[in-house]
Design a protein around this ligand. Structure first.
Ligand SMILES: [Ca+2]
Ligand SMILES: [Ca+2]
Length: 142
């Protein structure tokens, strides 16, 4: 676990850093694609969201939600990702929707920094956003 302080501009800078964002999306996509067939199935995407609480709160999911309601919510999230209704989410679809979600999270955070405990799995988007910000501050200081 690591504690990071982030605000909207930290998240936004990360999303707008094309190279860093693309790389993170690709890494995350690969780690979520459990059967390595190049697309995310409904259950693969659901596993992803179960481990990504900020997105759950973004979509209004809380732990007290009954299981059948949760399935409906995850289905609606899946449909958002699966733009062409092919029944699977490919890398382009994943990247486009993650970008929208991260920007919406950035708007939600605004200019008030929040302290977050992030799981230190080397694969957290918000951790990467915070790391990018930290490396910029370090670069400015030299
Ligand atoms: Ca897959
Ligand atoms: Ca699709």
């Amino acid at each position: 676990m690591g504690i990071v302080i982030i605000d909207g501009s930290t998240v936004r800078a990360f999303v707008e850093n094309e190279e860093a964002f693309k790389k993170s999306v690709e890494e995350r996509f690969a780690s979520l694609d459990l059967n390595s067939d190049g697309v995310l199935s409904r259950s693969e995407l659901r596993k992803a969201f179960e481990s990504f609480r900020l997105i759950e709160s973004h979509f209004g999911i809380d732990v007290a939600t009954p299981p059948d309601e949760l399935t409906k919510l995850y289905d609606s999230i899946f449909d958002k990702f699966d733009c062409d209704n092919s029944g699977a989410v490919d890398l382009d679809e994943f990247r486009a929707e993650m970008k929208k979600i991260m920007l919406a999270i950035a708007d939600g955070l605004g200019e008030s920094p929040i302290q977050m405990a992030l799981e230190d799995d080397g694969n957290s988007f918000l951790k990467k956003a915070a790391d990018l910000e930290a490396s910029k501050i370090a670069a400015q200081a030299t």
